[in-house]
Write a protein that binds this ligand. Structure first.
Ligand code: SAH
Ligand code: SF4
Length: 350
């Protein structure tokens, strides 16, 4: 079997070149071609001799994904539809911020976690992405940016549950922060999970990136209703894993809380969250529910969201209401479904 060079770590690339009888420096040379110069073929590696290129072609391959559609929102958020080599589709979302861009990437095609409020859940799970496919979303996006250096932040908040695709996600994360590869700051890469507790514990050891947890409820009964994962890993075990999670200086865990009218937006819910997170270095993002697959689920009024926020703020939490971007193109959280294009928005031909 040929080796997928974008889906392996720096060490594994070292072992690969050694096995081929090549000099050790070839490993970082190859990784720079792939991740920095973003080449799509071995023939573009011009400082690698023709005979070594021929050997690489025989023993390895380069993952490329194809951007087949771009949707541009009124607020300039862009959603990309990518086709994978097997014909499946995934999405990424490029979000403009004041002085930089954040790219939201997918870790799986579909998702098996079944959260009641999430569009991706409706598709079910199709397959895990390889580490190369995860990083390729970043590389393909950079290729089309006027100033790729302005892409400084990555969030794994697109399609899929990243911790359910653990090994590929760890390799991808470490290639994102390796200075010989994608070279993002570890402080600017964030993995979001619905709460696969055993993998939260492993993540703390295997990668130094930020953790975000989709909390969405202050008690097990409510969380069981909207997030089936809670029946396996309840709030007690989730919060215990968060308390154990290693946090370097001044870093915090982000808790995302989607506000759903009449489901998790009562004063007592806010008080339960305040109690649950007590003592944790936590910041809380309140997210108004984006229209999801359940038409009867809606976001609360603005005043009700502010009331909820105030209770958490009075309890000394850093808490913001995060306005959704790209709603008009279904690019907002939980709206990714891998079928861009059914909406009425500008479609830039590719
Ligand atoms: N599976 C991971 C990461 C992808 S989901 C997770 O669940 O954390 C990314 C984010 O979108 C999560 O924070 C999730 O809570 C949020 N989300 C899902 N559906 C949403 C909806 N209808 N409205 C707003 N946010 C939603
Ligand atoms: Fe999967 Fe996250 Fe959607 Fe839940 S919210 S179904 S874990 S993508």
């Amino acid at each position: 079997m040929k080796t997928d060079l974008k889906s392996i770590s720096a060490d594994e690339t070292g072992a690969f070149v050694k096995d081929l009888g090549l000099e050790a420096y070839r490993a970082s040379q190859i990784r720079q071609w792939l991740f920095k110069k973003m080449v799509t073929s071995f023939d573009e590696m011009t400082n690698v001799s023709v005979s070594i290129r021929a050997l690489l072609k025989e023993k390895a391959f380069i993952t490329n994904i194809e951007k087949v559609k771009t949707l541009v929102s009124e607020d300039t958020t862009e959603k990309y539809l990518f086709r994978l080599h097997d014909g499946d589709f995934i999405e990424s979302v490029l979000i403009p911020e004041k002085d930089h861009f954040t790219l939201c990437i997918s870790s799986q095609a579909g998702c098996a976690m079944g959260c009641a409020f999430c569009h991706t859940a409706r598709q079910g799970f199709r397959r895990n992405l390889t580490a190369g496919e995860i990083c390729e979303q970043i590389i393909e996006t950079k290729r089309s940016m006027a100033d790729p250096d302005r892409l400084t932040n990555i969030v794994l908040m697109g399609m899929g549950e990243p911790l359910a695709n653990y090994d590929a996600v760890i390799t991808a994360l470490n290639n994102m922060i390796d200075d010989n590869a994608l070279n993002f700051s570890r402080r600017k890469v964030t993995l979001s999970t619905s709460g696969l507790v055993p993998f939260i514990e492993r993540l703390g050891k295997d990668s130094p990136v930020n953790l975000a947890v989709s909390l969405n409820a202050g008690d097990d009964e409510t969380r069981n209703r909207i997030m089936p994962v809670n029946k396996t890993y309840n709030l007690k075990s989730l919060i215990a894993a968060c308390r154990e999670f290693p946090l370097p200086n001044r870093r915090m865990i982000t808790f995302e809380y989607i506000l759903i009218k009449g489901v998790n937006d009562r004063n007592e819910d806010a008080l339960k969250v305040a109690k649950l997170l007590r003592g944790l270095r936590a910041k809380i993002n309140l997210i108004p529910l984006n229209p999801g697959p359940e038409p009867e689920m809606r976001a609360p009024s603005w005043d009700d969201m502010v009331r909820f926020q105030d209770i958490l703020a009075e309890n000394n939490y850093t808490v913001i209401i995060r306005k959704s971007k790209g709603q008009d193109i279904l690019a907002a959280c939980g709206q990714l479904s891998g079928k861009c294009g059914s909406q009425k928005s500008e479609i830039r031909g590719q």
